[in-house]
Design a protein around this ligand. Sequence first.
Ligand SMILES: CC(C)(COP(=O)(O)OP(=O)(O)OC[C@H]1O[C@@H](n2cnc3c(N)ncnc32)[C@H](O)[C@@H]1OP(=O)(O)O)[C@@H](O)C(=O)NCCC(=O)NCCS
Length: 176
Amino acid sequence: MTIALIRPTTDLYDSWAAAVAEFGGGHIDGSGLQAPVIPGRVTLDQLIADAARLADTSIAPPEDRVHNDLYWIVDDAEVIGFLSFRHDLNEWLREAGGHIGYAVRESRRRQGYASKALALALDRAREIGLDRVLVTCDDDNVASARTIEGAGGVLQDVSDQTERGHALLRRYWITL
Ligand SMILES: CC(C)(COP(=O)(O)OP(=O)(O)OC[C@H]1O[C@@H](n2cnc3c(N)ncnc32)[C@H](O)[C@@H]1OP(=O)(O)O)[C@@H](O)C(=O)NCCC(=O)NCCS
């Protein structure tokens, strides 16, 4: 496995589109895409432009956003999944979204990719000077909870986030 986090690029368009298609048009955590997702060249060009702007810490982000590194989880030249690393927490992120969101395409699950990708994102968080990160998942998302716990996540609480589109949400802090 030669897993890496890379910035979105048109070079891997076909693999990105195939990965996105595997999610069937629904929301994809950490992908930077809004459902219903229609993979296409225009979508990817827009994604790349938006990602570059949000990653640029010399430009203030829009009022309701924070600086963000949008990554693709890749193994060789295959897009395996998606990961978004938010540098800061706004009110919504503090309550529900957390610093890091991710998803792995179905055909590549249970092979350690999410765990590896999260470890790489934690390196990035250390690099920008954070000393802890908030990572959340739905209470019934066993796979994500195990991923977070495997990275050293300590459960803060299980909170009712019905108003934010989640039923019960597990909120973990990972000390860096
Ligand atoms: C959550 C998700 C990213 C995990 O990806 P993955 O690459 O399969 O995860 P890993 O292979 O690194 O496994 C991480 C841990 O979860 C466990 N796990 C993975 N899938 C599991 C499942 N379906 N049931 C139970 N445990 C599971 C693994 O055994 C491993 O635990 P261990 O280290 O204690 O053995 C993936 O299931 C996914 O994309 N789900 C949909 C999107 C999503 O829920 N994103 C997270 C939002 S918070």
